[in-house]
Design a protein around this ligand. Sequence first.
Ligand code: ADP
Ligand code: MG
Length: 435
Amino acid sequence: MNDFKQLGLGKHITERLLKEGISVPTPVQESAIPKVFEGTDLIVQAMTGSGKTLSFILPILEGIQPGAQEIQALVVTPTRELALQITEETKRFSGPNVNVLAVYGGQDVEKQLKKLEKSVDIAIGTPGRILDHLRRGTLKLEKLRFLILDEADQMLHIGFLSEVEKIIESSSPERQTLLFSATMPEGVRKLAKKYIKNPEYLQLESTQGPAKSVKQTAVYTTDRTKLGDLKGIINEQRPFMAVIFCRTKRRAEKLADQLTAEGYSCAELHGDLSQAKREKVMQRFRKAEFQLLVATDIAARGLDVEGVTHVINYDIPLDAQSYVHRIGRTGRAGMGGVAITLISQKDKDLLVSIEKELQITINKKSALPNEKAVDSRDISDNKDKDRKHGDKRKLDKNRKSRQKTAFASASRKKNISKRPSEKKSSSRSGRYGNR
Ligand code: ADP
Ligand code: MG
């Protein structure tokens, strides 16, 4: 097993990693970091929560020259939340001389412009705002050395493709291009070859399925009893923290209102909120200030929040990729997690197609009889106590043991550059439409 030094990282970065308790590279880091140093263009597929972010951030931090007056690395992400998260992660490991800037919509353009006047070394953002700055001439990519598409299959999906194409066309032909995702359908890989030269495909798992550490169940429900069944699940499972996914902004808003009215500790996250609210909600969730995040698919990709023990699909996801990413919000960094998908009669075919595409069988259960669904107020009374004294202790313990165990999975079987069980990606138009 390699350590980070053996992968080619310098003293400063390895020391910073150690300070954060990170000493053993994950399998994707072991495979990708040396390849990034070699200068190879990469398409990397590795499970949700397996440490893909550091596998591009760390070699980039070694590879750039701070203060060169030109942007040297650009990371493109599908959501503002993910852009901010990666910005924070980058700042954790970059030295004081490296300028890292998040570039995303909903935030004051003037403020971003001011920062762009200074020398920015690494920019991390969403396509719309990046293009905005390219058009204004405030962001120049002629000297770009690294272009990263995180959640690359989504970035090359129709909703984002034309914007991402323009970003690619504006960036230096000398750049190195790196694509990362937990799901990399063959169509996307073919398409990617249009933009990148002789990419090497690193596939870390033999199938592109959900994280193995997540225990998955589907629970039968009906539209009429869905809310009661959800409450039954929450009351029975007592998640430390959970993300509850809804199909639309409206439904997320309504469900969050209903749960709040019944005394649950929850907040909503979707595209109808102001940027300030979106940021506040994520900050509070990261501090475990509330228990249930009711969200649309804007929370499905990339978000890494410690303490999320459960993902509940209140509405079934529309395709297999979305299922993999949603439930990947738990079971991260070697921890366990639980994913529960509520299924009404009309969702059954979709569930079958998700199972078929991912080659998995999801355990099915009926909902708890309603009388067993304890009154939520009983739970709220106990919840704080439970979370503080029970699960919180477990969380702290898990945090400590994580370094030992999480990436002992480094010994997991690797299957690099072999063909996965190729499946065509089910098409989904639009970007976030009503999400
Ligand atoms: P992915 O992008 O593959 O879904 P992330 O990059 O978000 O996963 O990483 C998941 C979590 O694992 C993060 O909290 C990250 O800080 C942590 N992590 C990454 N690499 C390591 C490592 N080598 N050792 C311990 N924790 C790690
Ligand atoms: Mg990621």
